[in-house]
Design a protein around this ligand. Structure first.
Ligand SMILES: NC(=O)c1ccc[n+]([C@@H]2O[C@H](COP(=O)([O-])OP(=O)(O)OC[C@H]3O[C@@H](n4cnc5c(N)ncnc54)[C@H](O)[C@@H]3O)[C@@H](O)[C@H]2O)c1
Length: 186
């Protein structure tokens, strides 16, 4: 899809033909001919962020992304294996009610959910929390990540290796179904 989109964008600006699949569009499509796109505003949207806690006292990636989403008006389900780390992120969002800049949207709110992204039931609970607390679910930001086991391919612990893959990679698959699921399936 991105390949095709890239081609269209290039063609509309340069009218150079480089992608056979869009060749027929190239000579006739101008930016004003394109259909309306959905709003890219985050105001009123709802996101799940996994790994929304932070190991240290500062900002981990998940906490930072959660705060930025909320600043842009998006409400956030802060999911983390460590409940108190998730709660800290949610508290930071919920106690900061001022827009980040004068013309900015009303900041979003947050709810913390203790969830292990390697468990289907916990992933389902994140989606259910979004709908229960905010009435919708639009965005998944799968930040969760662990370093995984040390060692080489020869001596690495296979069970720990599998656990790392479950956390870092398979979690995207486990959660990807929920944001696109029909609302009555959440
Ligand atoms: N910190 C960096 O400089 C850096 C740079 C590049 C990439 N990254 C990657 O970004 C990701 C986050 O890094 P970070 O530094 O913010 O880490 P962090 O340890 O501060 O945060 C990760 C969070 O994930 C949570 N978590 C771990 N396993 C979980 C599970 N099974 N279910 C739910 N939550 C779980 C932890 O409790 C923690 O709050 C990692 O994948 C990391 O490899 C980090």
């Amino acid at each position: 899809m991105s390949e095709r989109r890239n081609c269209v964008i290039q063609l509309t600006h340069t009218r150079q033909l480089s992608c056979p699949r869009t060749r027929t569009l190239a000579t006739s499509v101008a930016p004003s001919d394109l259909p309306p796109r959905p709003s890219r505003s985050l105001a009123g949207k709802v996101a799940i962020v996994t790994g929304a806690g932070s190991r240290g006292t500062g900002l981990g990636n998940g906490r930072a992304i959660s705060l930025l989403l909320a600043e842009d008006g998006c409400s956030v389900v802060c999911g983390d294996l460590n409940a108190s780390w998730a709660e800290k992120t949610a508290e930071m969002i919920n106690t900061s009610s001022a827009p980040s800049h004068p013309a900015g949207p009303k900041p979003g709110q947050a709810v913390a959910v203790a969830a292990d992204v390697t468990l289907d039931a916990d992933c389902a609970a994140l989606a259910a929390a979004a709908v229960a607390r905010f009435g919708r679910l639009d965005i998944l930001v799968n930040v969760v990540g662990v370093l995984g086991p040390r060692g080489t391919a020869v001596d690495v612990d296979a069970a720990q290796w599998a656990r790392g893959l479950e956390t870092n990679v398979t979690s995207s698959m486990r959660l990807r179904a929920f944001p696109v699921a029909p609302r009555d399936k959440l």
